[in-house]
Design a protein around this ligand. Structure first.
Ligand SMILES: Cc1cc2nc3c(=O)[nH]c(=O)nc-3n(C[C@H](O)[C@H](O)[C@H](O)COP(=O)(O)OP(=O)(O)OC[C@H]3O[C@@H](n4cnc5c(N)ncnc54)[C@H](O)[C@@H]3O)c2cc1C
Length: 392
């Protein structure tokens, strides 16, 4: 029997719901993002223009924002939700406001996250909700808790409030039977996030996977942490639910470690990250009775490997504990081909005011310049499809 293999070169499926002019626009943007100097210049200019109040939001909205975000509000995402849904791809509404510092902003963001959970519950096209703890918490408090230092009285109160907000979100998700992801962030705030994620899973995953934590396998200790967390969940009798990612803050992590003179928590090289990522996937597949997991990746090899292993183990494509997920605007060849073959697939669809989404958009732009091969892969796929259409 020949080896099972998904055809991720099937650009007709990948871009079935894109018009030729949409594809050309995508091509133009990705080409621009292929230039590191242009991205660096653009990022600096955008931040500068926003900081002095220049009206650049419109320009951003109809270029990068439109490519990577669903809209400024949940309502504006409706079209995208339906469009993805028609191809059997779920939407994960990701309120992408970052960098706030006031308590009232945190409360507002928490309320918005609650709205995304409510919205998800009303729509079979939205399988998950998601949030970042740093969006509802003062960064400094997360840092102090993560470092294990004695908290001053003022910080104690802030820490209490953070935990209350996280609990409110997870409790609401649980009451509606609506799964929710907690994203992973920088190592120096991650201990606090892990602590809360573990408590939330213990509280709300007694019957099924409601709260999903996230593990970054670019961390040298990621794989060990996955196994020990799962062991703990088994002992305490709750479903361990996890999103596996490689990790988005590598440059920042390395720079901080170097600047402050501690060993970098990141793997020595890309192949070490890749090895641990695929091993983590294997581990989850071997423990599907007590683990639900999401492969949050654009890495074609990892996705292919996971699909092949599922085939080998005769795990149904739509197994309720195995999910694939990509980001909106990226790697459609993976998402659409997986969906066509009956796997559980969803895409993060970030939304929010344009100027607040700039840090997210900057990460995407930098990722598309720095990630080896990513940019050229996207361009290659678009070229291939444009040529196919010309010849058809
Ligand atoms: C659905 C979804 C959810 C996500 N959620 C989170 C989240 O909660 N937290 C988060 O941090 N990120 C998150 N990400 C982003 C993710 O961590 C990656 O940055 C991104 O997906 C690129 O990695 P990749 O697996 O797609 O594949 P690839 O493009 O193959 O890998 C690139 C990644 O490999 C790692 N890497 C690259 N070079 C090296 C090197 N020299 N040494 C060691 N490692 C290296 C880095 O992590 C880099 O981002 C999410 C991504 C998706 C698709």
């Amino acid at each position: 029997m020949s080896e099972f293999k998904l055809d991720f070169q099937d650009t007709q499926t990948a871009f079935a719901d894109k018009t030729t002019s949409e594809l050309k626009e995508k091509h133009r943007l990705f080409k621009m993002m292929g230039s590191p100097s242009l991205v660096n210049f653009g990022t600096k200019m955008t931040n500068f223009a926003l900081s002095i109040g220049l009206p650049v939001s419109g320009l951003i909205k109809y270029t990068v924002f439109e490519q990577f975000c669903g809209g400024e509000t949940i309502e504006e995402c409706q079209k995208t939700i339906e469009k993805l849904g028609r191809s059997h791809i779920g939407t994960i509404l990701d309120y992408s406001v970052e960098g706030k510092s006031e308590e009232e902003d945190f409360e507002h963001t928490k309320d918005e996250i609650i709205l995304t959970i409510k919205r998800a519950n009303e729509d079979p096209n939205i399988p998950f909700a998601v949030f970042k703890v740093s969006g509802i918490a003062p960064y400094g408090t997360l840092e102090k808790v993560s470092a294990g230092v004695e908290l001053p009285e003022k910080s104690k109160l802030k820490w209490e409030r953070i935990q209350t907000r996280v609990n409110e979100i997870c409790e609401y998700a649980h009451s509606l039977d609506q799964p929710v992801f907690i994203d992973a962030e920088e190592t120096w705030i991650q201990n606090a996030i892990d602590l809360m994620a573990e408590r939330m899973m213990e509280k709300y995953n007694t019957e099924k996977a409601i709260v999903f934590t996230t593990i970054q396998l670019y961390r040298a200790d990621g794989l060990v942490f996955l196994k020990s967390s799962h062991e703990k969940a088994k002992e305490k009798g709750y479903v361990y639910a996890v999103k596996l990612v490689r990790g988005a803050y590598m440059e920042k992590e390395r720079a901080r470690a170097e600047e402050m003179g501690y060993p970098s928590p990141i793997q020595p090289d890309k192949s070490a990250t890749d090895r641990d990522y695929d091993e983590a996937v294997d581990y989850c597949l071997d423990n599907l009775d007590s683990i639900a997991f999401v492969a949050g990746t654009h890495n074609e090899k990892s996705v292919q490997l996971l699909a092949q292993k599922m085939e080998k183990k005769k795990i149904p494509h739509d197994h309720p504990h195995v999910f694939f997920s990509q980001l909106y605007g990226m790697s459609d060849n993976l998402s659409y081909v997986l969906a066509k073959n009956g796997y559980n697939v969803s895409k993060y669809v970030p939304y929010g005011p344009v100027k607040d989404a700039v840090p997210y958009l900057t990460r995407r732009a930098q990722e598309n310049t720095s990630v080896q091969g990513m940019m050229s892969r996207e361009l290659e796929m678009i070229d291939k499809e444009l040529n196919r259409r010309k010849e058809a």
